[in-house]
Write a protein that binds this ligand. Structure first.
Ligand code: DI6
Ligand code: FE
Length: 398
């Protein structure tokens, strides 16, 4: 048996237990066996090996629930174009944007995709992250999409981190299918989903529902295929315009709808009814110079859980710090520090369908912890470019 006590820490449990002032947590065989006020630590645990955390703040290890971590090439040239006033949508229509990354990604094999992603993964791990969602979506052919998901699975073998994979073939229409998006959905997005699922490579299915990408009807066909395979869905929704994408996602019981700058009241109501998480991506909002914010006040009022993620990608969100995403969510979207932390712990776990296993510190869940050199949650959130991580503890092991 592998057991130990972490004590002399403030514990932001993210559960109904709330903040525990002078806390102790017992980890046993990778799981949380007990947590509470140090004075209440049961006698049976007092003889265990003990780690004194000197009054630091303990939170659940962080979760990045929306990334495009696997990609090749750079989009620095596009950055310059955008500075000159050319919009993201215009660059995409001219064949740049996502397609530029597709061309670069198709040219690489699994090994080089892994090598390119490792530094980005290490940056997230350095922010105290223990669970990361990684999407395909820059292959846009069956073999190239599968190669991306193989690379994502490989990352989890190379680092002490868990990775969930998402099939995002419905990200853009590649040139060989120009003008034939429905054929692309059938022949690549759906046929490839079956092939990738048969290889055990798919944990969830995503799409980009937008006037520069796929229509709600096309996404619905993909979601029908996902549902038939028993796979959960999520959607890039209402990022650049309102397509009714969030309501569509909610009608499939989606884990999350992501971006949401153009979300309307109907979408909010449908998401609330289906328990779909609102995943906010402030890095994309910032990079694209958006001015329209997601409807935070209405989401709060409707009780929709709000998650925050990096969207780590080479175009709209070249952001590889979840701590900075939290800061941006607070500064740009006016989330409170507590909401920002919930967004990368409890609600991010919900967005990945893993709420029973992680995201809060509760007995029985994984002992995946982050210990910070700060006294309170607001200190984690208000600084930019500072990283107060003291230690990541995975499965109760330092
Ligand atoms: N929306 C996004 O923000 C990412 N994908 C999407 O559908 C951006 C992808 C990219 O620009 O490479
Ligand atoms: Fe994205």
């Amino acid at each position: 048996m592998d057991a130990r006590v972490f004590q002399n820490c403030r514990i932001a449990s993210q559960s109904p237990q709330g903040l525990i002032g002078n806390g102790a947590l017992v980890a046993e065989n990778g799981r949380i066996r007990w947590l509470g006020a140090a004075v209440d630590l049961p006698d049976e645990f007092r003889a265990l090996p003990t780690r004194d955390l000197d009054g630091r703040l303990m939170t659940p290890a962080l979760i990045d629930c929306h990334t495009h971590l696997i990609h090749a090439g750079s989009r620095a040239a596009e950055f310059l174009l955008r500075q000159q006033g050319v919009s993201y949508a215009e660059i995409a229509r001219q064949g740049g944007g996502i397609m530029a990354t597709v061309t670069a990604t198709r040219a690489e094999d699994v090994e080089s995709l892994v090598a390119a992603a490792l530094p980005r993964l290490d940056a997230l791990i350095g922010d105290g992250v223990a669970l990361i969602e990684v999407k395909s979506g820059y292959g846009l052919s069956i073999p190239a999409e599968i190669a991306m998901l193989r690379a994502a699975r490989r990352l989890a073998e190379l680092r002490p981190v868990r990775i969930t994979t998402t099939w995002l073939a419905a990200h853009a229409v590649p040139p060989e299918y120009a003008g034939r998006p429905d054929a692309y959905i059938s022949e690549v997005a759906i046929a490839g989903l079956h092939a990738a699922h048969a290889r055990g490579l798919v944990d969830a299915v995503d799409g980009f529902c937008e006037n520069i990408a796929f229509s709600p009807a096309q996404i619905a066909r993909l979601f029908d295929a996902a549902t038939a395979l028993g796979l959960p869905v999520k959607l890039h929704a209402e990022q650049l315009s309102n397509q009714g994408a969030s309501a569509l996602a909610a009608s499939y019981g989606a884990l999350s709808a992501d971006h949401l700058e153009y979300l309307d009241d109907r979408g909010i109501a449908e998401m609330a009814a289906s328990g779909t998480v609102a995943t906010l991506l402030p890095g994309a909002f910032y990079t694209l110079g958006e001015t329209r914010r997601p409807p935070i006040t209405a989401l709060r009022a409707a009780g929709v859980p709000i998650a925050i993620a990096t969207d780590a990608n080479p175009g709209s969100a070249p952001l590889y710090s979840l701590l900075l995403a939290m800061n941006m969510a607070a500064t740009l979207f006016h989330l409170t520090p507590d909401e920002a932390l919930l967004g990368v712990t409890r609600n991010a776990a919900l967005a990945l369908g893993q709420a029973a296993d992680c995201g809060t510190l509760e007995v029985g869940k994984r002992a995946d912890l982050a210990v910070w050199d700060v006294a309170e949650v607001a200190e984690l959130v208000y600084r930019m470019g500072a990283n107060p991580l003291f230690q990541r503890i995975i499965g109760g092991r330092e």
